[in-house]
Ligand binder design. Structure first.
Ligand code: NAD
Ligand code: TDX
Length: 327
């Protein structure tokens, strides 16, 4: 798999080790978002970390030739970074996916592509609609447009070259090992370091939250049972406004629920994401296990409280970067 030193990839690796007897080769460039420490404690005879770039055709070819399946998580993943400098997003998300597709095509290896609901653009706050597999692509940001590009490459390689691929587009994940640049870990670690949570704009934007292990179980299900060429949307009916999430974090940390700041909005900020995951549930039998966002959030807060050594080194630099844009 790729991107296994990142947030979802490291949780997926742990999930596979805990729930299956498969072994995992992780290809990860260890960018600012990748962390060896996210893989500590995993059995060395079942998890191997190879440090390298998904756009390195020779390395990718050698690795793909040695595995039964590829799950592609590696990406530049942060919208705010893509607004500051889109270039790495094009290289990793588009050229990297192309490089993997050529390798799985050559070696006839099963491929699963990890993508995001952001490829569908956004919904109005009061629109009852949710995204389905038939929603037209309409990405807003450099990040989401490169993810949309990569999805289209996968579909083309299935149709033109018979590549054995499936795709999944998931909503916003939360859980342990998520970089402190992202919304939920940023606000938790702000409170833990004596800062105030920062809400973009008026805090009204809505995200559809899913625990990372529900995402992981869905990916494994699709890898085992998904139909080749098909796309599956992954979501757990977890719509909440950013303001609601911050208020819940503040309550769980024993702070007044209005102890946050409203800061400069993100340019082009998508209003609302919402996933209809009926296809995955009815066709493949997946159901989310984390039914309470409150409990999942409390467990995530407890993880950040207990694992300061994991996130502390990145915290000040991340906040300095945000301060430069007034966020
Ligand atoms: P992340 O930024 O935490 O991790 C990305 C990992 O990829 C890092 O370990 C990084 O070192 C690695 N990487 C980056 N460029 C690379 C390259 N050129 N070669 C090899 N490795 C490279 O991201 P994440 O939040 O774990 O997201 C993983 C995947 O899931 C992405 O494809 C993202 O688009 C998708 N996704 C994320 C979410 C979410 O809420 N986080 C939701 C839906 C989909
Ligand atoms: O400090 C903040 N304050 C704030 O209000 C930050 C960092 C974010 N926000 C808002 C922006 C979004 O409305 O919170 C929401 C979530 O922000 P992010 O964590 O940056 O996530 P988002 O832009 O929704 O994208 C995420 O979900 C889809 C992941 O980062 C993507 O990789 C994934 O594809």
């Amino acid at each position: 798999m790729t991107g296994g030193a990142g947030f979802i990839g490291s949780n997926f690796t742990r999930w596979v080790i805990d729930h299956t007897d498969a072994s995992v080769v992780v290809l990860d460039k260890l960018t600012y978002a990748g962390n060896r420490d996210s893989l500590v404690g995993l059995p060395r005879d079942r998890v191997e970390l190879v440090v390298g770039d998904v756009a390195d055709a020779s390395l990718v070819g050698d690795l793909v030739a040695s595995v039964d399946a590829v799950v592609h998580f590696a990406a530049e993943s942060h919208n705010d970074n893509s607004l500051a400098d889109p270039q790495p997003f094009l290289m990793t998300n588009i050229v990297g996916t192309y490089t993997l597709l050529q390798a799985v095509r050559e070696h006839d290896v099963r491929y699963h592509h990890i993508s995001t609901d952001e490829v569908y653009g956004d919904l109005e706050l009061d629109d009852p609609a949710r995204f389905t597999e038939h929603t037209p692509y309409n990405p807003s940001s450099p990040y989401s447009s490169t993810k949309a590009s990569s999805d289209l490459l996968v579909r083309a390689w299935v149709r033109s070259f018979g590549v054995q691929a499936t795709l999944s587009n998931c909503s916003n994940n939360y859980g342990p090992y998520q970089h402190v640049e992202k919304f939920i870990p940023r606000q938790i670690t702000n409170v833990l370091t004596g800062r105030r949570p920062k809400l973009y704009g008026a805090g009204q934007n809505v995200r559809d939250w899913i625990h990372v292990d529900d995402h992981n179980a869905a990916v494994w299900t699709i890898l085992q049972k998904g139909a080749i060429g098909e796309t599956y949307l992954i979501g757990a009916d977890g719509e909440k406004s950013n303001r609601e999430v911050v208020e819940e974090i503040l309550r769980l940390l024993g702070q007044p629920e209005d102890a946050y700041d409203l800061v400069t909005d993100r340019p082009g900020h998508d209003l609302r994401y919402a996933i209809d995951s009926s296809k995955l549930r009815t066709e493949l039998g997946w159901e989310p296990q984390y039914s309470s966002f409150h409990d999942g959030l409390a467990a995530t807060i407890a993880w950040y409280e207990a694992n300061e050594a994991w996130w502390k080194p990145a915290k000040d630099a991340t906040e300095n970067k945000y301060a430069a844009t007034g966020q």
